[in-house]
Design a protein around this ligand. Structure first.
Ligand SMILES: Nc1ncnc2c1ncn2[C@@H]1O[C@H](COP(=O)(O)OP(=O)(O)OP(=O)(O)O)[C@@H](O)[C@H]1O
Ligand SMILES: [Mg+2]
Length: 617
């Protein structure tokens, strides 16, 4: 079941917007910052990462030990050298001179080494998968929690797909960076240090010459690193825009079909997807160029060592054997050096992803909570607007200078032309958005002083476009109160006049409603979302055209049920039909974002009062 543990939950229908993309400027974060934040995020799994690292480091001694059985067989079985000292203890005292015993020992050692090596491989693989999956899950969960906390204006403007892409495809960067980046970086670093030490002991000058290519490698890595990062950002941007097309079309598949626009949408998708394809090819070219430069630089280094080495041999400073040895070590030394350079380039992809994920985390919700917010168990229900203005963007003011006061338990009707700002006004009340000027008070306290979850728990809302979740009807009704009993669910459904149609469905309350409730009619969806509001015993009701998609008879039944629901609660009811507003105590008329008229009436006289006067020209 969805929802939190408590009886009331906030934000029931947030985070459903679509379209739009969040911008990230490549290079917003330095590499150090990204690594630091990634490692901090991975902190609970440091022991796992360290274990994986230790297992990886085991590879070097195992590789060094692998030829040992052969050496023993050649030297001590075929030849007549004594068995290496440390192995003598493994043999019974009288068997050290038995060639058969030594041969069996060599064979046993070979099997044992193979076994340890395989176990090491299995260990790494299991640790890697476990740690990697855990890391990604924790990071995704953090991103998802944050996305849910972001305010509606973020979702309205940035859309759902880009956030989805970041949670699904960018979050795994934490696995790539820690397990495929940091661990090989450390192991290669160890191997490099070892090889430098060994080479320097044979010929210091040659070791220095061999290392002289390192600054060049660093420069190449840096130059390409920046370029690759920018290119990966481009890849992610176009890939997520291709995904936006798919999501948009699938979410509105009825409209696409109704207008016969399948071919056009197909073209739009292919256009975005091919941009992604070319962006990937550009990255592949850059990476190939990068690999080429690294390879050539290393070959030049080897060639210089060869030139100087031969001179040293000719002048008698170095023996031929030593030169051969140095050349052999050089390949081993350049191995890790090449890995390090490669990593610097290849990590750019993960770093670009990490940058996108962190920039999502760094989006601050603009409806923020105060440092020490006020708790609110149950509001009395007095609401006041003081000179409230609001705009979604700077150029288009939606509400201007609105002031009114509502006493607890009053029924407020909100009327006005379409697009006038009625839904916006209700959104300000629940703090989906904050006013750009002025103040909204609940029980004489500014909304911004309350704890957000406490504040939203005070409202039961029926949105203009009811949205259901792809689960059963019963779960949809209990969305705000997960612990509700079947008796309460049925009572709420009866009150919303939904019980009968629900029983008429093959699986009754367990019927699945389909994604966003698409398997139900508009009126059925609306009645279920009404039942959801009925079940949530909140002191303030907000009904945004609650009966707009039902027929007159159902409307009358719902209004009669709502009559009971509204009793003792402050109610804001937005409606176009005057019949819906007959029982209101106060009528607010919004016109071009301003409060044009406030009418009060005694509810019993209302049918002849405020509505009619509102209807006057
Ligand atoms: N998320 C949004 N971002 C930007 N502008 C918005 C947003 N939502 C609404 N608007 C604009 O704000 C104005 C008021 O919209 P609102 O939804 O409050 O109107 P309404 O009075 O509820 O209309 P209706 O009766 O059609 O439901 C409209 O001009 C609309 O275009
Ligand atoms: Mg509206």
């Amino acid at each position: 079941m969805r929802g939190g543990k408590d009886r009331h939950c906030a934000r029931p229908q947030a985070a459903l917007a679509e379209g739009g993309i969040l911008r990230v400027t490549p290079g917003t974060y330095s590499n150090v910052t990204l690594f630091r934040r990634m490692l901090r995020q991975a902190r609970p799994y440091w022991p796992h990462i360290a274990t994986t690292l230790l297992l990886s480091l085991l590879a070097t001694p195992l590789a060094l030990l692998t030829p040992l059985p052969l050496k023993i067989a050649v030297d001590s079985v075929i030849g007549s050298h004594p068995v290496p000292l440390f192995l003598e203890s493994l043999l019974p005292a009288d068997a050290t001179h038995s060639k058969t015993a030594v041969l069996v020992l060599a064979a046993g050692l070979l099997v044992a080494l193979a076994l340890v090596s395989q176990l090491q491989g299995v260990g790494i693989s299991l640790m890697r998968t476990y740690t990697g999956e855990k890391l990604v899950l924790a990071f995704r969960a953090r991103l998802f929690r944050h996305v849910q906390l972001l305010s509606l204006s973020y979702h309205d403007s940035r859309g759902a797909t880009d956030s989805t892409y970041r949670i699904q495809y960018d979050a795994p960067a934490i696995e790539w960076i820690t397990l495929d980046g940091v661990i090989p970086f450390i192991t290669a670093g160890f191997a490099l240090t070892g090889m430098i030490y060994v080479t320097a002991r044979i010929d210091l000058q040659l070791a220095l010459v061999a290392l002289a290519v390192s600054p060049v490698l660093v420069l190449i890595s840096q130059a390409y690193g920046r370029r690759l990062r920018v290119q990966w950002h481009e890849v992610y941007k176009v890939q997520s825009s291709a995904m936006t097309v798919v999501q948009e079309v699938l979410a509105a598949v009825r409209v696409v079909k109704a207008f016969g626009q399948e071919a056009r949408e197909q073209e739009r998708f292919i256009h975005h997807a091919s941009e992604g394809l070319w962006a990937r090819i550009r990255v592949a070219f850059a990476e190939a160029g990068f690999g080429l430069l690294i390879g050539v630089t290393i070959a030049v280094g080897t060639a210089i060592v060869l030139l100087i080495g031969v001179r040293h041999v000719q002048s008698g400073v170095l023996t031929l054997g030593d030169l051969l040895l140095v050349m052999a070590y050089l390949t081993q030394l350049y191995g890790p050096l090449q890995t390090l350079s490669w990593l610097a380039g290849h990590l750019q992809r993960s770093l670009a992803s990490a940058e996108r994920a962190f920039s999502l985390l760094d989006e601050a919700p603009d409806v923020a909570e105060r440092q020490d917010p006020r708790a609110l168990a149950r509001a009395v229900g007095a609401v006041a607007f003081r000179k409230v203005s609001f705009a979604y963007d700077d150029d288009h003011p939606v509400l201007r200078d609105i002031s009114f006061e509502i006493s607890p338990g009053a029924r407020v009707g909100i009327v006005g032309a379409t697009g006038g700002g009625k839904t916006t006004l209700a959104g300000l009340l629940t703090r989906f958005y904050d006013p750009t000027a002025g103040q909204i008070l609940l029980d004489s306290v500014d909304l911004r002083d309350y704890k957000l979850t406490d504040l939203r728990n005070q409202f039961a809302i029926v949105l203009q476009e009811p949205v259901l979740f792809s689960t059963s009807i019963a779960e949809n009704i209990t969305y705000a109160c997960p612990g509700a009993s079947r008796h309460d669910i049925v009572a709420a459904a009866k009150a919303a006049n939904a019980h009968e149609f629900i029983l008429g469905l093959p699986q009754g309350y367990e019927s699945q409603v389909g994604e966003r409730g698409m398997r139900l009619s508009g009126g059925e969806r609306q009645r279920i979302s009404l039942a959801r509001a009925f079940l949530k015993d909140a002191p303030i009701l907000i009904l945004d055209e609650p009966t707009s998609s039902v027929d007159m008879r159902t409307e009358a039944a719902i209004m009669e049920a709502m009559e009971r629901l509204m009793h003792g609660r402050t109610t804001f009811m937005i409606a176009h039909r005057p019949s819906t507003l007959t029982t209101c105590d106060v009528l607010l008329a919004i016109e071009n974002g301003r409060l044009a008229e406030v009418e009060s009436a005694v509810s019993t006289a209302a049918s002849a009062g405020p509505v009619r006067s509102w209807g006057r020209p």
